[in-house]
Design a protein around this ligand. Structure first.
Ligand code: ZN
Ligand code: ZN
Length: 374
């Protein structure tokens, strides 16, 4: 079938994207779903910093590629062997397909799925196939999803079925921001009631972590960012204190406010500098969790003596260490109960046609989550 999609032909491209126009809205060919695959009509897709990192060259991916990995939609057609979804089902896309039987999948860590991540790296679906093409030439899939389009063919193992009552534009946020941010709190850091938490970096993932820490019953939720309006939103969402990351005395200020440092610091900005800051905000014996994706060339100075003599822990968190089929329904239930108001992260809306302008909003920090509908 022919679909309209946002194709990245060349990277890096610099802002303003309204002028450099990294994404071209083109009519591409989408092949029918193969065995174990599903054709989904895209309902809504969020613009995420990980898409931006592909555009600006921080995370190089093969081109041409249809971007977009935070999305929801409606099942339109199931490929051979897909017997647990039917047309009309509502689904959330998950950006790491999990094979279900590699070592990492077997130990309950599907975000680390070996074939899933290998296929994501080469820009194909889990099957190794590419269902997108333009002028007879294959077009790469973005981490198994490619949601900046009217339709997508994805692996069944990239989908979680959800209740039809959840609005699709809210549902989309669960696929990346909520899974990554709330998952980092609940699964990786395992924050418990009464603990103290600092979140460094307040994009969609960082603010989801703030919401997750509040929902987990953290006694103190300290939010740190360079942008005053994001700090104000964090306070609205339940952060107990906020600090300007650009203040030269921010470490001393947070340590003073938390009685010598927090139990848990979460780095959600995607920079080595932010990780260093998060590490310095923790108390002796504290835990630093990083879910921000820095440039692959970035390095972080770590003093091994502090790790040993202060019994510090440093953890990576990918897709919030989530088991999506277990955690998405849990997080949706918290949203429904009013305890995880993720709709507050949806700060602007647009169309597929205006996607470059949407990325300008995201890059300049004027929106948290810009959600487009095809
Ligand atoms: Zn994302
Ligand atoms: Zn696997």
């Amino acid at each position: 079938m022919k679909i309209r999609a946002a194709v990245l032909h060349e990277a890096p491209k610099a802002p303003p994207f309204a002028a450099s126009r990294p994404l071209a809205i083109e009519t591409v060919e989408l092949a029918p779903p193969g065995p174990g695959e599903v054709l989904v009509q895209i309902g809504a897709a969020g613009l995420c910093h990980s898409d931006l990192s592909v555009i600006n060259g921080d995370r190089p991916r093969p081109v041409p590629m249809v971007l977009g990995h935070e999305a929801s939609g409606v099942v339109e057609q199931c490929g051979a062997g897909v017997d647990d979804l039917v047309p009309g089902d509502h689904v959330i896309m998950v950006f790491v397909p999990s094979c279900g039987h590699c070592t990492c999948c077997s130990e309950g860590r599907p975000a680390l799925c070996e074939p899933g991540n290998a296929m994501n790296g080469q820009g194909s679906l889990l099957s190794g196939e590419r269902r997108l093409s333009l002028g007879g030439q294959p077009v790469h899939h973005h981490i198994g999803v490619s949601a900046f389009a009217e339709h997508a063919v994805v692996s069944r193992r990239s989908l979680v079925k959800i209740d039809r009552e959840l609005p699709l534009e809210i549902a989309a946020l669960f696929g990346c921001a909520v899974l990554t941010g709330v998952g980092a709190v609940a699964n990786t850091a395992r924050i418990r009631a009464g603990e103290t938490v600092a979140v460094v970096g307040l994009g969609g993932v960082g603010l989801s972590a703030v919401l997750g820490a509040v929902a987990a019953g953290a006694a103190q939720v300290i939010a740190v960012d360079l942008a005053q309006d994001k700090l104000a939103l964090a306070r609205d969402l339940g952060a107990t204190e906020t600090f300007d990351a650009g203040d030269p005395s921010v470490v001393e200020a947070v340590r003073a406010a938390s009685g010598g440092g927090v139990d848990h610091a979460l780095e959600m900005a995607g920079s080595a500098r932010a990780l260093e800051l998060a590490f310095d905000l923790t108390r002796r014996g504290g835990v630093t969790t990083t879910a921000g994706l820095a440039n692959p060339a970035a390095r972080f100075p770590l003093n091994p003596v502090r790790l040993v003599a202060e019994e510090r822990t440093l953890r990576g968190s990918y897709v919030g260490s989530c088991i999506p089929s277990r955690d998405i329904p849990r997080f949706v239930a918290l949203y429904r109960a009013g305890r995880l108001p993720v709709d507050r992260l949806l700060t602007s809306r647009g169309s597929l046609a205006d996607i470059n302008e949407g990325f300008d909003l995201l890059a300049s920090g004027r929106t948290i989550r810009h959600v487009i509908t095809p």
